[in-house]
Design a protein around this ligand. Structure first.
Ligand SMILES: [Fe+2]
Length: 442
Protein backbone atom coordinates (compact mmCIF):
# COMPACT_ATOMS: atom_id res chain seq x y z
CA UNK A 1 0.00 0.00 0.00
CA UNK A 2 1.25 3.41 -0.92
CA UNK A 3 1.91 6.04 1.74
CA UNK A 4 -0.90 8.66 1.38
CA UNK A 5 1.47 11.49 2.52
CA UNK A 6 3.36 12.15 -0.77
CA UNK A 7 0.35 13.96 -2.17
CA UNK A 8 0.66 17.14 0.00
CA UNK A 9 4.43 17.07 -0.50
CA UNK A 10 3.89 16.88 -4.24
CA UNK A 11 1.38 19.74 -4.01
CA UNK A 12 3.86 21.81 -2.02
CA UNK A 13 6.45 21.11 -4.68
CA UNK A 14 4.05 22.31 -7.39
CA UNK A 15 3.24 25.50 -5.43
CA UNK A 16 6.97 26.13 -4.95
CA UNK A 17 7.57 25.69 -8.68
CA UNK A 18 4.67 28.04 -9.46
CA UNK A 19 6.04 30.73 -7.09
CA UNK A 20 9.52 30.35 -8.59
CA UNK A 21 8.12 30.83 -12.09
CA UNK A 22 6.21 33.89 -10.89
CA UNK A 23 9.38 35.35 -9.38
CA UNK A 24 11.32 34.65 -12.58
CA UNK A 25 8.62 36.21 -14.75
CA UNK A 26 8.58 39.23 -12.47
CA UNK A 27 12.34 39.64 -12.71
CA UNK A 28 12.09 39.44 -16.49
CA UNK A 29 9.30 42.02 -16.64
CA UNK A 30 9.94 45.77 -16.39
CA UNK A 31 10.65 47.04 -12.90
CA UNK A 32 7.28 47.92 -11.41
CA UNK A 33 7.31 51.55 -10.38
CA UNK A 34 6.06 52.40 -6.91
CA UNK A 35 2.38 53.35 -6.59
CA UNK A 36 1.29 56.74 -5.27
CA UNK A 37 1.34 57.23 -1.52
CA UNK A 38 -1.51 58.60 0.55
CA UNK A 39 -1.97 62.25 1.45
CA UNK A 40 -0.20 63.21 4.65
CA UNK A 41 -2.24 63.79 7.76
CA UNK A 42 -1.73 67.12 9.49
CA UNK A 43 -2.79 67.10 13.13
CA UNK A 44 -4.54 70.23 14.37
CA UNK A 45 -2.24 72.25 16.60
CA UNK A 46 -3.41 74.99 18.91
CA UNK A 47 -1.17 78.03 18.71
CA UNK A 48 -1.80 81.70 19.59
CA UNK A 49 -3.50 83.53 16.72
CA UNK A 50 -0.47 85.81 16.31
CA UNK A 51 1.86 82.80 15.85
CA UNK A 52 3.64 82.90 12.46
CA UNK A 53 2.75 79.90 10.30
CA UNK A 54 3.82 78.60 6.88
CA UNK A 55 7.00 80.67 6.74
CA UNK A 56 8.76 80.68 3.38
CA UNK A 57 11.32 82.93 1.74
CA UNK A 58 12.11 84.02 -1.82
CA UNK A 59 14.72 86.18 -3.54
CA UNK A 60 13.49 89.75 -4.01
CA UNK A 61 15.91 91.73 -6.13
CA UNK A 62 19.58 92.42 -5.49
CA UNK A 63 20.65 91.29 -2.01
CA UNK A 64 17.09 91.19 -0.69
CA UNK A 65 14.84 88.40 0.53
CA UNK A 66 11.06 88.34 0.86
CA UNK A 67 9.79 86.66 4.04
CA UNK A 68 6.22 85.37 3.78
CA UNK A 69 4.12 84.00 6.64
CA UNK A 70 0.53 83.72 7.78
CA UNK A 71 -1.17 84.60 11.05
CA UNK A 72 -4.74 83.97 12.18
CA UNK A 73 -4.59 87.34 13.93
CA UNK A 74 -5.66 89.99 11.43
CA UNK A 75 -3.88 92.78 13.36
CA UNK A 76 -0.50 91.00 13.69
CA UNK A 77 2.30 93.28 12.44
CA UNK A 78 4.14 92.53 9.15
CA UNK A 79 7.56 93.14 10.61
CA UNK A 80 10.66 90.98 10.48
CA UNK A 81 13.54 91.35 12.93
CA UNK A 82 16.83 89.87 11.76
CA UNK A 83 20.56 89.70 12.36
CA UNK A 84 23.57 87.43 11.96
CA UNK A 85 23.60 86.12 15.57
CA UNK A 86 20.86 84.05 17.20
CA UNK A 87 18.46 86.15 19.27
CA UNK A 88 20.25 89.42 18.41
CA UNK A 89 18.24 91.28 15.85
CA UNK A 90 20.11 94.30 14.58
CA UNK A 91 17.66 95.20 11.79
CA UNK A 92 13.91 95.44 11.41
CA UNK A 93 11.88 95.59 8.19
CA UNK A 94 8.22 96.46 7.79
CA UNK A 95 6.17 94.80 5.07
CA UNK A 96 2.59 94.51 3.90
CA UNK A 97 -0.22 92.02 4.29
CA UNK A 98 -3.10 90.65 2.29
CA UNK A 99 -5.84 88.04 2.61
CA UNK A 100 -8.45 86.49 0.38
CA UNK A 101 -11.80 84.76 0.47
CA UNK A 102 -12.56 81.69 -1.58
CA UNK A 103 -16.15 80.49 -1.43
CA UNK A 104 -16.70 79.69 2.28
CA UNK A 105 -12.99 79.90 3.17
CA UNK A 106 -11.26 83.01 4.54
CA UNK A 107 -7.49 82.97 4.56
CA UNK A 108 -5.39 84.11 7.48
CA UNK A 109 -3.42 87.32 7.14
CA UNK A 110 -0.63 86.73 4.61
CA UNK A 111 2.42 88.86 5.39
CA UNK A 112 5.13 89.74 2.83
CA UNK A 113 8.15 91.58 4.16
CA UNK A 114 11.35 92.27 2.21
CA UNK A 115 14.56 92.32 4.22
CA UNK A 116 17.97 93.59 3.17
CA UNK A 117 20.42 94.54 1.87
CA UNK A 118 21.92 91.22 2.97
CA UNK A 119 25.45 89.89 2.70
CA UNK A 120 26.06 87.00 0.28
CA UNK A 121 26.58 83.47 1.57
CA UNK A 122 25.60 84.48 5.10
CA UNK A 123 23.36 82.89 7.72
CA UNK A 124 20.71 85.25 9.14
CA UNK A 125 18.48 84.60 12.13
CA UNK A 126 15.01 86.08 11.95
CA UNK A 127 11.68 86.32 13.70
CA UNK A 128 8.34 87.16 12.11
CA UNK A 129 5.81 89.59 13.58
CA UNK A 130 7.71 89.90 16.86
CA UNK A 131 6.35 86.53 17.91
CA UNK A 132 6.97 82.79 17.73
CA UNK A 133 10.16 80.86 17.08
CA UNK A 134 13.38 82.03 15.51
CA UNK A 135 14.16 80.89 11.96
CA UNK A 136 17.40 80.95 10.07
CA UNK A 137 18.15 81.39 6.40
CA UNK A 138 21.26 81.35 4.25
CA UNK A 139 21.69 83.81 1.42
CA UNK A 140 23.10 82.56 -1.91
CA UNK A 141 26.79 83.07 -2.70
CA UNK A 142 27.99 86.08 -4.71
CA UNK A 143 29.94 83.89 -7.14
CA UNK A 144 30.03 80.36 -8.50
CA UNK A 145 29.67 77.64 -7.38
CA UNK A 146 25.99 77.68 -6.56
CA UNK A 147 23.64 74.69 -6.28
CA UNK A 148 19.91 74.57 -7.08
CA UNK A 149 17.54 71.86 -5.89
CA UNK A 150 14.84 71.25 -8.51
CA UNK A 151 11.53 69.44 -7.96
CA UNK A 152 8.12 70.04 -9.51
CA UNK A 153 4.60 68.70 -8.98
CA UNK A 154 5.13 68.28 -5.26
CA UNK A 155 1.74 67.81 -3.63
CA UNK A 156 1.60 66.65 -0.03
CA UNK A 157 1.80 62.87 0.06
CA UNK A 158 4.16 60.32 1.55
CA UNK A 159 6.27 60.69 -1.61
CA UNK A 160 6.41 64.48 -1.16
CA UNK A 161 7.77 63.90 2.32
CA UNK A 162 10.38 61.52 0.91
CA UNK A 163 11.40 64.08 -1.78
CA UNK A 164 11.70 66.85 0.80
CA UNK A 165 13.80 64.61 3.07
CA UNK A 166 16.16 63.90 0.18
CA UNK A 167 16.43 67.59 -0.73
CA UNK A 168 17.09 68.40 2.91
CA UNK A 169 20.12 66.10 2.80
CA UNK A 170 21.78 67.84 -0.13
CA UNK A 171 23.64 71.09 0.17
CA UNK A 172 21.80 73.59 -1.96
CA UNK A 173 21.34 77.36 -2.10
CA UNK A 174 18.05 77.91 -3.93
CA UNK A 175 15.02 75.69 -4.61
CA UNK A 176 13.43 75.87 -8.08
CA UNK A 177 9.87 74.61 -8.55
CA UNK A 178 8.42 74.48 -12.09
CA UNK A 179 4.76 74.45 -11.06
CA UNK A 180 2.08 72.42 -9.27
CA UNK A 181 2.78 73.10 -5.61
CA UNK A 182 0.08 72.08 -3.17
CA UNK A 183 -2.49 70.12 -5.20
CA UNK A 184 -5.04 71.89 -3.02
CA UNK A 185 -7.44 71.52 -5.94
CA UNK A 186 -9.88 74.19 -4.68
CA UNK A 187 -9.75 73.01 -1.04
CA UNK A 188 -8.09 76.08 0.44
CA UNK A 189 -7.19 74.47 3.75
CA UNK A 190 -4.82 72.27 1.71
CA UNK A 191 -2.81 75.36 0.79
CA UNK A 192 -2.31 75.88 4.53
CA UNK A 193 -1.18 72.30 5.15
CA UNK A 194 1.22 72.54 2.18
CA UNK A 195 2.69 75.72 3.69
CA UNK A 196 3.12 73.86 6.96
CA UNK A 197 4.74 70.87 5.22
CA UNK A 198 7.38 72.88 3.34
CA UNK A 199 8.15 75.40 6.09
CA UNK A 200 11.25 73.61 7.46
CA UNK A 201 12.94 73.84 4.04
CA UNK A 202 11.28 76.91 2.56
CA UNK A 203 12.02 79.08 5.61
CA UNK A 204 15.75 78.30 5.30
CA UNK A 205 16.45 78.58 1.54
CA UNK A 206 14.67 80.70 -1.07
CA UNK A 207 11.95 78.85 -2.96
CA UNK A 208 11.49 80.27 -6.46
CA UNK A 209 8.33 78.91 -8.02
CA UNK A 210 6.24 79.26 -11.13
CA UNK A 211 2.64 78.18 -11.55
CA UNK A 212 1.11 74.96 -12.90
CA UNK A 213 -2.42 73.96 -13.77
CA UNK A 214 -3.11 73.03 -10.14
CA UNK A 215 -2.54 76.65 -9.12
CA UNK A 216 -5.37 77.89 -11.38
CA UNK A 217 -8.42 77.06 -9.23
CA UNK A 218 -10.55 78.99 -11.71
CA UNK A 219 -14.33 78.84 -11.38
CA UNK A 220 -16.15 80.31 -14.40
CA UNK A 221 -18.10 83.51 -13.55
CA UNK A 222 -17.18 83.15 -9.86
CA UNK A 223 -13.41 83.04 -9.36
CA UNK A 224 -10.49 84.32 -11.39
CA UNK A 225 -7.54 81.99 -11.62
CA UNK A 226 -4.46 81.87 -9.38
CA UNK A 227 -6.03 83.79 -6.48
CA UNK A 228 -4.54 81.69 -3.67
CA UNK A 229 -1.24 81.15 -5.49
CA UNK A 230 -0.72 84.87 -6.11
CA UNK A 231 -1.66 85.79 -2.54
CA UNK A 232 0.56 83.17 -0.90
CA UNK A 233 3.51 82.74 -3.25
CA UNK A 234 4.42 86.27 -4.20
CA UNK A 235 7.50 86.19 -6.41
CA UNK A 236 9.77 89.13 -7.45
CA UNK A 237 7.74 90.12 -10.51
CA UNK A 238 7.67 93.83 -9.67
CA UNK A 239 11.43 93.74 -9.06
CA UNK A 240 11.89 92.28 -12.57
CA UNK A 241 9.65 94.74 -14.41
CA UNK A 242 6.76 92.29 -14.90
CA UNK A 243 3.15 93.26 -14.29
CA UNK A 244 2.15 89.73 -13.28
CA UNK A 245 3.17 87.27 -10.58
CA UNK A 246 2.75 84.59 -13.28
CA UNK A 247 6.05 85.45 -15.01
CA UNK A 248 9.20 87.11 -13.73
CA UNK A 249 12.97 86.79 -13.65
CA UNK A 250 15.79 87.00 -11.14
CA UNK A 251 19.55 86.85 -11.07
CA UNK A 252 21.69 84.94 -8.65
CA UNK A 253 25.44 84.22 -8.62
CA UNK A 254 26.08 84.49 -12.37
CA UNK A 255 22.79 83.01 -13.59
CA UNK A 256 19.81 84.81 -15.13
CA UNK A 257 16.65 82.76 -14.48
CA UNK A 258 13.34 83.37 -16.23
CA UNK A 259 10.12 81.92 -14.84
CA UNK A 260 7.40 81.77 -17.51
CA UNK A 261 3.68 81.03 -17.30
CA UNK A 262 2.23 78.13 -19.29
CA UNK A 263 -1.31 79.22 -18.37
CA UNK A 264 -1.28 82.86 -19.30
CA UNK A 265 -1.08 84.39 -22.80
CA UNK A 266 2.25 83.78 -24.50
CA UNK A 267 1.76 84.69 -28.18
CA UNK A 268 3.90 87.44 -29.68
CA UNK A 269 1.25 90.12 -28.96
CA UNK A 270 0.87 89.12 -25.31
CA UNK A 271 2.12 91.03 -22.28
CA UNK A 272 4.20 88.02 -21.31
CA UNK A 273 5.99 87.89 -24.66
CA UNK A 274 6.62 91.64 -24.62
CA UNK A 275 8.00 91.40 -21.08
CA UNK A 276 10.17 88.42 -22.09
CA UNK A 277 11.73 90.45 -24.92
CA UNK A 278 12.38 93.37 -22.59
CA UNK A 279 13.87 91.04 -19.98
CA UNK A 280 16.13 89.29 -22.51
CA UNK A 281 17.38 92.65 -23.77
CA UNK A 282 18.69 93.37 -20.26
CA UNK A 283 20.64 90.11 -19.91
CA UNK A 284 24.39 90.65 -19.85
CA UNK A 285 26.11 87.30 -20.51
CA UNK A 286 29.37 88.70 -19.17
CA UNK A 287 27.70 89.23 -15.80
CA UNK A 288 25.36 86.21 -16.00
CA UNK A 289 26.90 83.68 -18.41
CA UNK A 290 24.15 81.13 -17.74
CA UNK A 291 20.57 81.60 -18.92
CA UNK A 292 17.96 79.23 -17.43
CA UNK A 293 14.19 79.13 -18.03
CA UNK A 294 11.41 77.38 -16.10
CA UNK A 295 7.75 76.79 -16.95
CA UNK A 296 5.23 74.08 -16.22
CA UNK A 297 4.22 72.27 -19.43
CA UNK A 298 7.20 70.62 -21.17
CA UNK A 299 7.95 71.31 -24.83
CA UNK A 300 10.08 68.19 -25.23
CA UNK A 301 8.21 65.23 -23.79
CA UNK A 302 8.24 61.65 -25.04
CA UNK A 303 5.95 60.43 -22.26
CA UNK A 304 2.42 59.55 -23.40
CA UNK A 305 1.06 61.81 -20.64
CA UNK A 306 0.24 65.39 -21.67
CA UNK A 307 1.46 64.84 -25.24
CA UNK A 308 1.41 67.99 -27.31
CA UNK A 309 0.13 70.27 -24.52
CA UNK A 310 3.21 72.49 -24.75
CA UNK A 311 3.22 72.73 -28.57
CA UNK A 312 1.52 76.12 -28.90
CA UNK A 313 3.73 77.81 -26.32
CA UNK A 314 6.76 76.20 -27.93
CA UNK A 315 5.76 77.50 -31.38
CA UNK A 316 5.34 81.01 -29.96
CA UNK A 317 8.41 81.23 -27.77
CA UNK A 318 11.08 78.73 -28.77
CA UNK A 319 12.52 80.86 -31.64
CA UNK A 320 13.08 83.74 -29.19
CA UNK A 321 14.60 81.52 -26.49
CA UNK A 322 16.80 79.85 -29.10
CA UNK A 323 18.04 83.19 -30.40
CA UNK A 324 18.75 84.18 -26.79
CA UNK A 325 20.87 81.01 -26.33
CA UNK A 326 19.01 79.64 -23.31
CA UNK A 327 21.21 76.98 -21.71
CA UNK A 328 18.65 74.99 -19.77
CA UNK A 329 14.87 74.65 -19.57
CA UNK A 330 13.08 72.97 -16.64
CA UNK A 331 9.44 71.89 -16.80
CA UNK A 332 7.11 69.73 -14.71
CA UNK A 333 3.50 68.58 -15.36
CA UNK A 334 4.47 65.10 -16.58
CA UNK A 335 4.97 62.95 -13.48
CA UNK A 336 8.26 61.43 -14.55
CA UNK A 337 11.82 62.45 -15.36
CA UNK A 338 13.24 63.12 -18.82
CA UNK A 339 16.40 64.85 -20.05
CA UNK A 340 17.02 65.94 -23.64
CA UNK A 341 20.16 66.62 -25.61
CA UNK A 342 20.68 70.25 -26.64
CA UNK A 343 17.66 70.67 -28.88
CA UNK A 344 15.74 73.16 -31.02
CA UNK A 345 12.75 72.91 -33.33
CA UNK A 346 12.36 69.19 -32.59
CA UNK A 347 15.92 68.19 -33.43
CA UNK A 348 19.18 68.06 -31.53
CA UNK A 349 21.11 71.28 -32.05
CA UNK A 350 24.41 72.29 -30.49
CA UNK A 351 23.07 75.80 -29.77
CA UNK A 352 19.70 74.68 -28.35
CA UNK A 353 18.72 74.28 -24.72
CA UNK A 354 18.87 71.11 -22.62
CA UNK A 355 15.23 70.43 -21.63
CA UNK A 356 14.57 68.62 -18.36
CA UNK A 357 11.13 67.47 -17.23
CA UNK A 358 11.10 66.99 -13.49
CA UNK A 359 7.45 66.64 -12.51
CA UNK A 360 8.18 63.68 -10.23
CA UNK A 361 8.12 65.45 -6.86
CA UNK A 362 5.53 63.20 -5.26
CA UNK A 363 1.93 64.26 -5.85
CA UNK A 364 -1.01 61.92 -5.26
CA UNK A 365 -1.80 61.33 -8.92
CA UNK A 366 1.11 58.90 -9.24
CA UNK A 367 3.69 58.38 -11.96
CA UNK A 368 3.30 58.58 -15.74
CA UNK A 369 4.65 55.19 -16.84
CA UNK A 370 3.98 55.04 -20.55
CA UNK A 371 6.47 56.34 -23.08
CA UNK A 372 6.30 56.78 -26.82
CA UNK A 373 8.50 54.34 -28.70
CA UNK A 374 10.97 54.45 -30.24
CA UNK A 375 12.60 57.01 -27.97
CA UNK A 376 13.00 60.24 -29.99
CA UNK A 377 16.50 61.15 -31.18
CA UNK A 378 16.57 64.22 -28.91
CA UNK A 379 15.63 62.30 -25.75
CA UNK A 380 18.65 61.12 -23.81
CA UNK A 381 17.27 59.72 -20.53
CA UNK A 382 13.73 59.04 -19.34
CA UNK A 383 12.28 57.24 -16.36
CA UNK A 384 9.10 57.31 -14.30
CA UNK A 385 10.27 57.41 -10.67
CA UNK A 386 9.79 59.93 -7.88
CA UNK A 387 12.83 62.09 -7.25
CA UNK A 388 14.49 65.48 -7.39
CA UNK A 389 17.36 67.12 -9.31
CA UNK A 390 20.44 69.05 -8.33
CA UNK A 391 22.05 71.64 -10.59
CA UNK A 392 25.49 72.77 -9.57
CA UNK A 393 26.79 75.73 -11.55
CA UNK A 394 30.48 75.16 -11.02
CA UNK A 395 31.78 78.17 -12.95
CA UNK A 396 30.90 80.29 -15.99
CA UNK A 397 31.50 77.40 -18.40
CA UNK A 398 30.53 74.16 -16.62
CA UNK A 399 27.49 72.90 -14.72
CA UNK A 400 26.82 69.46 -13.25
CA UNK A 401 23.27 68.09 -13.30
CA UNK A 402 22.16 65.01 -11.38
CA UNK A 403 18.82 63.29 -10.77
CA UNK A 404 18.18 61.41 -7.53
CA UNK A 405 15.42 58.82 -7.07
CA UNK A 406 13.54 58.68 -3.77
CA UNK A 407 13.98 54.90 -3.81
CA UNK A 408 17.75 55.29 -3.51
CA UNK A 409 19.88 56.94 -0.86
CA UNK A 410 20.22 60.65 -1.56
CA UNK A 411 23.86 60.61 -2.74
CA UNK A 412 23.03 58.03 -5.46
CA UNK A 413 22.78 59.70 -8.88
CA UNK A 414 20.51 57.85 -11.30
CA UNK A 415 21.28 60.29 -14.09
CA UNK A 416 24.11 62.78 -14.33
CA UNK A 417 25.72 64.96 -16.94
CA UNK A 418 28.20 67.79 -17.30
CA UNK A 419 26.75 70.71 -19.26
CA UNK A 420 28.94 73.25 -21.06
CA UNK A 421 27.58 76.80 -21.32
CA UNK A 422 26.53 78.28 -24.67
CA UNK A 423 28.77 81.26 -23.92
CA UNK A 424 31.80 78.98 -23.91
CA UNK A 425 30.70 77.01 -27.01
CA UNK A 426 30.46 80.21 -29.06
CA UNK A 427 26.68 80.03 -29.66
CA UNK A 428 25.95 83.28 -27.79
CA UNK A 429 28.38 85.20 -30.01
CA UNK A 430 27.20 83.43 -33.20
CA UNK A 431 23.57 84.34 -32.61
CA UNK A 432 24.06 87.87 -31.30
CA UNK A 433 22.79 89.49 -34.52
CA UNK A 434 19.73 87.21 -34.78
CA UNK A 435 18.81 87.98 -31.17
CA UNK A 436 19.16 91.74 -31.60
CA UNK A 437 16.94 91.56 -34.69
CA UNK A 438 14.23 89.68 -32.81
CA UNK A 439 14.40 91.94 -29.78
CA UNK A 440 14.15 95.10 -31.89
CA UNK A 441 11.23 93.78 -33.99
CA UNK A 442 7.98 95.61 -33.08
FE1 LIG B 1 0.53 69.97 -13.98
Amino acid sequence: MMDPKPEPVFLSFLVLCFISVLILVNVEADYVRPPPRKDLHFPWSLKPSSHPQQVHISLAGDNHMRITWITDDKSAPSLVEYGTSPGRYTSVAQGESTSYDYMLYSSGTIHHTVIGPLEHGTVYFYRCGGDGEEFQLKTPPAQFPITFAVAGDLGQTGWTKSTLEHIDQCKYDVHLLPGDLSYANYVQRRWDTFGELVQPLASARPWMVTEGNHEKEYIPFIKDGFQSYNARWKMPYEESGSSSNLYYSFEVSGIHLIMLGSYTDYDEYSDQYRWLKADLSKVDRKKTPWLVVLFHVPWYNSNKAHQGEGDQMMAAMEPLLYAASVDLVFAGHVHAYERSKRVNNGRSDRCGAVHITIGDGGNGEGLAHKYKNPQPEWSEFREASFGHGELKMVNSTHAFWSWHRNDDDEPVRSDQIWITSLVSSGCVAEKGYELRKMLLAP
